[in-house]
Write a protein that binds this ligand. Structure first.
Ligand SMILES: [Zn+2]
Length: 66
């Protein structure tokens, strides 16, 4: 990844999280900018939550479902 782009992302993440760019870690950046490729529990059959990020299926359905 280009440094310029990384700086841009870090600044955007800092703004989003309301903290300083130098407080931002890669984990923050990933969390803010990389959508989770959700892995639903119960093998996707009547799922309750994502095993990767912990979002509930209901919340996903209301906020992220296309
Ligand atoms: Zn997820």
């Amino acid at each position: 990844m280009k440094q310029e782009l990384l700086n841009e992302i870090v600044n955007a993440a800092a703004k989003h999280l309301g903290c300083e760019p130098d407080e931002i870690t890669i984990a923050h950046v990933m969390e803010t900018h990389k959508p989770c490729d959700h892995e639903w529990n119960n093998g996707g059959c009547n799922p309750e939550y994502c095993e990767k990020c912990g979002i509930s299926f209901m919340r996903y359905a209301f906020t992220e479902m296309p």
